[in-house]
Design a protein around this ligand. Structure first.
Ligand code: ADP
Ligand code: 5GP
Length: 209
């Protein structure tokens, strides 16, 4: 019998702000306990509901730049006037130990992760329309007219980068988007790169001719 052991899946999810990324990520982490969330470092201040070490590793700008120059990050980027970065070593250790990892990064980060982790699955969540994206951003009641305009401008730039992602999911109906994301994750767990040991184990059961 072959053992079901496998290495972890790296799932990178990008979306223009307001599309529904946080909503879908929460569901994925809740349903599949094998997932770990890749805790990024950031120089922005914690929000009231955020915890050091769980949502982010909150760093000073000096400490972030020191780590960046020491090669600590698999990727890093400046997003909305702050630095964000994904630690390399902990990422590699978690994947090797068989934990699946979810990366919530911006498009620049996804592009770097594609090189750092060639087996990563890159998923782009698309809003069904500009109008609906505006409705969702306004519904959150976190945007001023100026920040809304800025997010819409950035959204267009991000959507233009969706071409090099592996999968696109349009978040029109939440339930359908969830089923598609779930299916994408399950498919990713079946890729040969996650199950490298299986063929060797199976072929060992054959007598040499
Ligand atoms: P993001 O993390 O991409 O910025 P959120 O997950 O915070 O987006 O979602 C933005 C808003 O849109 C939230 O109010 C959320 O409940 C709502 N939302 C998410 N998906 C859908 C959907 N398919 N239909 C309608 N509203 C949605
Ligand atoms: P927020 O400050 O709202 O938590 O995140 C702002 C943006 O930064 C989001 O688009 C999020 O995906 C992105 N982000 C969070 N962590 C990282 C990271 O480690 N690297 C990169 N490149 N982007 C990140």
């Amino acid at each position: 019998m072959i053992s079901p052991a496998r290495t972890g899946v790296a799932l990178v999810i990008c979306a223009p702000s307001g599309t529904g990324k946080s909503t879908l990520i929460k569901r994925l982490l809740a349903e599949f306990p094998r997932f770990a969330f890749s805790v990024s470092c950031t120089t922005r201040a914690p929000r009231p509901d955020e915890t050091q070490g769980i949502d982010y590793d909150f760093l000073s700008r000096e400490e972030f730049l020191r780590r960046r120059d020491a090669g600590y990050f698999a990727e890093w980027a400046a997003v909305h006037d702050h630095f964000y970065g994904t630690p390399l070593l902990v990422t590699q250790e978690l994947l090797a130990s068989g934990r699946d990892l979810l990366f919530d990064v911006d498009v620049q980060g996804a592009s770097q992760l594609r090189r750092a982790i060639p087996d990563a699955w890159l998923i782009f969540l698309l809003p069904p329309s500009r109008e609906e994206l505006i409705r969702r951003l306004q519904g959150r009641q976190t945007e001023t007219p100026e920040s809304l305009r800025k997010r819409l401008r950035i959204a267009a730039q991000e959507i233009a980068q969706a071409r090099w992602f592996n999968l696109w999911i349009v978040n029109a109906d939440l339930e359908q988007a969830w089923q598609e994301l779930r299916a994408a994750y399950i498919a990713a767990t079946l890729s040969p790169s996650c199950q490298a040991g299986i063929l060797g184990e199976l072929l060992e059961e054959w007598e040499p001719e």
